[in-house]
Design a protein. Structure first.
Length: 262
């Protein structure tokens, strides 16, 4: 009671508490270590879980980004096809590629449109950059297209600069057509006017002969002129504009039908 009122033992209690503190610290140390270790393991587990979750979210974001890029690329291709259809002014229909056969002997693709969509044998097929080929087999729901690079395909063309006509034959390669049996004077005679020569870089377009392919649609450009010694004729190599290795969508064209009559 006296200590409670007078605080007589305050200094003794302080000294005693100071002496006892190390004992209390040593006694409580195992419990502190246990709590610290427990918190450490919990923190590591939490970090691992959060890391796994972030990895999953990153993978999901990357997947969605790839899908957006695919959609953007598809939209770009479709816009190009739409612009191409405006240039044609004919009835057109977009078809998708479902199969491909691009070896040295056959250059064919299969598209997901057929007789039920108005397709027909011999129908011209184009992409946004140039002539692709023509339908050679057809059924109600799909069609087989023979590409212009197939060795069995021949395409009436003309040099856009001067109107010279020729036949472009498939070479069996995806990036080359051939103009065969060109008169050598047409290539070499310097007395001919410039508009009568075939030159590297000349634009090659469809001539419209045979009324199968639309006229004046781009085919490619003259990449090389080959003249063999002792031969009376020469040939030229055309690099086609169509990107045969990247075909995803194509245009089916009705050359004699117009959109406003559809």
């Amino acid at each position: 009671m006296i200590d409670n009122r007078e605080g007589t033992l305050k200094n003794y209690r302080t000294t005693l508490a100071t002496l006892v503190y190390p004992v209390e610290f040593i006694v409580s140390l195992p419990f502190q270590i246990k709590d610290w270790a427990s918190n450490l393991f919990i923190s590591k587990e939490t970090l691992f879980n959060e890391n796994d979750k972030l990895k999953e979210e990153l993978l999901l974001i990357k997947t969605r980004l790839q899908q957006y890029e695919i959609i953007e690329a598809e939209n770009h291709r479709l816009r190009n096809l739409l612009e191409s259809s405006f240039r044609l002014k004919n009835k057109v229909l977009i078809a998708e590629l479902v199969a491909v056969q691009l070896d040295s002997f056959r250059k064919k693709i299969v598209i997901n449109k057929g007789e039920n969509d108005g397709g027909y044998l011999g129908q011209p097929i184009l992409d946004a950059t140039g002539i692709i080929g023509q339908i050679t087999q057809i059924n109600p729901f799909s069609s087989t297209v023979l590409l212009i690079t197939d060795p069995n395909h021949a395409l009436p063309v003309q040099i856009n600069r001067n109107g010279l006509r020729a036949i472009a034959v498939g070479s069996g390669e995806n990036n080359a057509l051939s103009l065969q049996h060109l008169p050598r004077p047409l290539i070499t005679d310097s007395n001919l006017p410039n508009d009568a020569h075939i030159l590297e870089g000349d634009l090659v377009v469809t001539s419209g002969l045979g009324q199968r392919f639309p006229r004046d649609y781009p085919v490619g450009e003259i990449e090389a002129i080959i003249q063999s010694a002792g031969e009376s004729s020469a040939r030229a190599i055309i690099k086609p504009f169509a990107e045969f290795n990247q075909i995803r969508e194509v245009l089916m064209v009705w050359p004699n039908e117009y959109k406003n009559n559809d």
